[in-house]
Design a protein around this ligand. Sequence first.
Ligand code: NAX
Length: 328
Amino acid sequence: MKSPVRVAVTGAAGQIGYSLVFRIASGEMLGKDQPVILQMLELPMEKAQAALKGVMMELEDCAFPLLVGMVGTDDAEVAFKDADVALLVGARPRGPGMERKDLLLENAKIFTAQGAALNKVASRDVKVLVVGNPANTNAYIAMKSAPDLNPKNFTAMLRLDHNRALSQLAIKAGVAVADIEKLVVWGNHSPTMYPDYRFATVGGSSLKDKIGDESWNRETFIPKVGKRGAAIIEARGLSSAASAANAAIDHLRDWVLGTDGKWATMGIPSDGSYGIPKDVMYGFPVVCKDGKYEIVSGLVIDDYSREMMNKTLAELEEERAGVASLLG
Ligand code: NAX
């Protein structure tokens, strides 16, 4: 039997957490032969801790053979102790009357503290995925607050946007999701993101040619993917949870187990590729192998794409400027 992997999940008793931890414990994220220890963090408030206890009771009641240990805590240093994987889901939601700037700052405080805790106690190879919004900037803050860890270990979730785009393309083209490859979503996890299927193939031939209709791309597809989160809230009265948890599973599974040469989208610190300034936490096309990701290089960026990529970059730079004072 393989030795267990320690998986930390913050906000484990929240909506996404409730969809996520059971799938991690059943082996859907790291493999059906990989035992896991779940280390779950929740806010210290009585209600949050009680809810976490309930989640842990249910995890016990599933009797997952791969779940070989569990910790529930309100202390980040306990949750992150020797963590091999950390899913940072818990975040401060926007309250009534709260400005976007205040939301950024409130979350910046959380992710500064959690980055520092990871820096102190996590495995030196910890793979961090930030889901809590604003995900890219929160991931950037955590990365900057963990100077002893490799910045490449910090990522933000663009995978839900990627999966949303995949399904819309499959529906439009009348093809199977599984047959579409080489899709990318550039930039920020926000309505400014740029889902780009110029390079996508279906059964080896161009998906763009198959779809043909460029006005559908600009007028329907891009706005639909960008506003999908709002459409889910409108329909469900609650934000995306099961699909977000599913995307987190996809992101980590691909990163750890590899993509077999296929592309995925990950929010990662830029290495300067495609003119995106170094360190900006930006959605890029990657392939993963042996626990590492690499940016797909050499793609041609046309004028429209550059404009779209710059727009989402400008938003990220603005967010970064908004929290700069906290990072020293
Ligand atoms: P919930 O409010 O249901 O759950 C969040 C949980 O986190 C709560 O139980 C809360 O007690 C806990 N929490 C808050 N601050 C914490 C902290 N500092 N330490 C530990 N736990 C803390 O939200 P949920 O629907 O689960 O969404 C979680 C986050 O994911 C939100 O920020 C949300 O905006 C974000 N999302 C990100 C997505 C993405 O694609 N990147 C998509 C889905 C989702 O909107």
